[in-house]
Design a protein around this ligand. Structure first.
Ligand code: IVH
Length: 695
């Protein structure tokens, strides 16, 4: 009877381990979770009755160990080597030329290309097929015993071969691999932490390192660690292959997790070409890779080549340009945008990221600085990937000296000194002073731009001169400019251009030159703008949240600025697509003394269009669709995305309702996301939005 139970026990152990392997190593389970749980429960029941039978390879023994006081040291059976770096194809070819001179066999060598995973090197010892010990790399000679922690990683076989049909491994086998947290699992972990109001992690690598060095294995068990193995460090009592390609095959057959993107090539150029396809496309990898490793396939030859310091000559790390670096946060600046939004930015110790010198990076918003506890003087992790503006990920807490200073967001606009304001449901702070000098420049630029009043010839340079010379202190002043004023600024423009680009030959006598028509042209363009339709003037006012579609609706509904200036929040909310936030923002804008003054001046200058327009009738791929945006998008700003949606005929609105067509989801989304989910509104990201708009 006991015999039969013992047989069943052994069978169950093997089965659970096997299904564990199918799930965590092959990512191809063949039984349901329910069936797996049934097997595991039966196994646990036997172990409760017969604790004396429990062996270390039982799947129940993964996270069973007690917390340790410290980690013991383990001497590795052979040096755990590092790799020399190649930054590009030329470096890799130079490496090949160097080693070719050392050994004739290199000329005809084959190469294996593998991903260089950005994780932690670990060493796993197997005795008679059982996982016996695991260590960190340490200094390459001696590492730390993290066996109990490694046991919790389900991709690590507790017993090999995993499949009873597999070959018998050498009685003593030591393999090396890279432990890491996959990107998706990392993001999910951070999301959970965020939802629980806890601090989030900086990046997968640091989190993996921290998780493996926990004294309590239960903590390690709770982190989504996995690994890929790529090397046999030592073996006794059995033969192992002598080429890298076969080693990978062999390790796979024994039941270890092995990369499936490794390839073997007959010449270096093909190996380099393969490597380079992963540079831009590294985003497709489910883990962070900082490059690819090019290895000479023949391990006997590789070993004969020897090493330089700790770097073997037989392999090279072909590094991708870094996307994440650390540097010092020298200060935090605040930029004031056209709509008055205050955006904190990092003033960094200049640093190269992916071939570009970066000295500024966005800090998103003030909440972000507080949440991440970013302090002036901190070492910060900065990321720059693709087209995205460089951004600060967070502080490197271990590098704190105590001299860092906590940052306090400004309560007043850094440009004009007026108190800043906050709109409900948004994280941003705004300077709402229409006469704020920082905003003035951007306001005028926006007012004269093609989408608004479309004043031809008034480019950025001229607007700057107008503002700097105090000829324009709000957009209404444009309409009282005389030809003489415009001649003065035109001369200043010519002077600045000459200063920038001095003429090579002396300027001929002025009399010979044709008269400069620019001042007159400008004067006419400004006069013409007085007849622009109402909705263009409304756009030009730059009211927060009011883009083209909304401006057309307001124009059609109220027919003039006199009426619009008097409307209530309720009146506005009767218009489809106007939520409480936009309604409040409009009413707020018209109630401000500075706005009232501006409107008075515009009216006096004859810029007072009226007449109902047709309600917004838009064309474009997004026509008829309404969008709500939440969180920070990778490339489009808050206003930018609204403009994008509207320019493709869609409506960008503030609050989610059942009628909303799509929620566009960015990083750090607000409550709108939850609401959209509960209402069953479709959720898309920026890329999908662009696709909907036709590319
Ligand atoms: S081979 C002789 N292969 O990169 C063997 N290393 O900068 C030397 N790494 O310490 C290492 N993926 O932690 C090798 N496929 C791979 C790797 C890899 C990641 C790490 C490893 C090593 C570091 C060298």
């Amino acid at each position: 009877m006991a015999d039969k139970l013992l047989t069943r026990y052994e069978e169950l152990k093997a089965q659970v381990n096997f299904h564990n392997y199918r799930y965590h190593v092959l990512d191809a389970p063949i039984i349901s979770d329910l069936e797996y749980d049934r097997l595991l429960n039966e196994l646990k029941k036997i172990e409760t009755d017969r604790p004396d039978w429990i062996t270390p390879d039982s799947p129940t023994q993964r996270a069973g160990a007690r917390p340790a006081d410290r980690f013991e040291k383990i001497r590795h059976p052979a040096a755990i080597l590092s790799l020399a770096n190649a930054f590009g194809a030329d470096d890799a070819r130079a490496w090949f030329e160097r080693v070719k001179k050392l050994d004739d066999r290199v000329e005809k060598a084959r190469f294996v290309v593998e991903p260089k995973i950005d994780g932690l090197s670990i060493v796993l010892h197997y005795r008679d097929g059982l996982f016996a010990q695991g260590a960190t790399r340490g200094d390459g000679e001696v590492g730390e015993d993290i066996t109990s922690n490694l046991r919790t990683i389900r991709a690590i076989p507790l017993k090999i071969p995993v499949d009873a049909k597999g070959p018998t491994p050498p009685s003593n086998l030591v393999v090396r691999g890279e432990a890491f947290i996959p990107i998706k699992e990392f993001d999910e972990l951070n999301k959970k932490l965020e939802e629980a109001g806890e601090k989030t992690y900086l990046n997968p690598r640091n989190t993996a390192a921290g998780s493996l060095r926990q004294l309590d294995p239960q903590l390690t068990a709770s982190r989504p660690l996995t690994l890929l193995v790529y090397q046999i460090i030592h073996s006794e009592g059995g033969k192992v292959p002598t080429s890298q390609w076969e080693i990978l095959e062999y390790l796979k057959v024994l039941g270890f997790p092995v990369t499936d993107i490794a390839r073997r090539f007959n010449d270096l150029d093909s190996a380099i070409a393969y490597t380079e396809t992963f540079n831009e496309g590294r985003d497709v990898l489910p883990y962070e890779a900082d490059g690819m490793v090019i290895k000479i396939d023949d391990l006997t030859l590789a070993a004969d080549l020897g090493f330089v310091g700790k770097d073997p000559r037989g392999a090279i790390a072909f590094k991708f340009p870094a996307r994440e670096v650390t540097t010092t946060l020298n200060d935090i600046g605040v930029a004031v945008g056209r709509t008055g939004v205050l955006t904190p930015y990092a003033m960094l110790e200049p640093v190269e990221i992916g071939g570009v010198i970066v000295e500024r990076a966005t800090l998103h918003n003030f909440d972000f600085i507080a949440e991440k506890d970013i302090r002036v003087g901190d070492r910060v992790l900065v990321k720059r990937a693709g087209e995205v503006i460089p951004y600060v990920i967070g502080p490197v807490l271990d590098a704190r000296t105590g001299k860092e200073k906590t940052y306090k967001p400004p309560t007043k606009c850094p440009a004009c000194g007026q108190a800043v304001e906050h709109f409900e449901g948004e994280v941003a702070w705004y300077c709402v002073n229409a006469a704020c000098p920082a905003q003035l420049l951007r306001n005028v630029e926006h007012f004269v731009s093609r989408g608004a009043m479309d004043i031809e010839g008034l480019g950025t340079e001229l607007v700057k001169i107008l503002v700097e010379s105090n000829l324009v202190s709000d957009v209404a002043d444009l309409f009282t400019l005389t030809i003489k004023d415009l001649s003065v600024i035109n001369e200043e423009l010519n002077r600045r251009r000459r200063e920038k680009n001095p003429p090579k030959t002396p300027v001929k006598a002025a009399a010979k030159k044709a008269p400069d028509k620019r001042p007159e042209k400008l004067f006419n363009a400004i006069s013409k703008a007085k007849t622009q339709p109402l909705h263009r003037l409304i756009i030009g006012l730059g009211i927060h949240g009011v883009g083209e579609v909304m401006a057309k609706d307001l124009s059609a509904t109220f027919g003039g600025l006199d009426k619009l200036a008097e409307v209530s929040i309720d009146d506005l909310m009767n218009i489809e697509g106007v939520g409480p936030n936009i309604a409040e923002s409009i009413v707020d804008w018209f109630s401000r003394p500075s706005s009232k003054q501006l409107l008075g001046k515009l009216k006096k200058a004859g810029v007072w269009p009226s007449g109902k327009q047709k309600a917004s009738q838009s064309s474009g791929k997004l026509s008829g669709l309404t969008f709500v945006v939440t969180g920070a998008l990778p490339t489009l700003s808050r206003d930018g995305v609204k403009e994008f949606i509207e320019s493709h005929g869609g409506k960008a609105i503030d609050s989610v309702s059942k009628k909303t067509s799509y929620l566009v989801l960015g990083e750090n989304p607000g409550s709108k996301f939850e609401r959209a989910k509960s209402l069953g509104v479709k959720v898309i990201d920026e890329a999908e939005l662009r696709k909907l708009a036709g590319g």
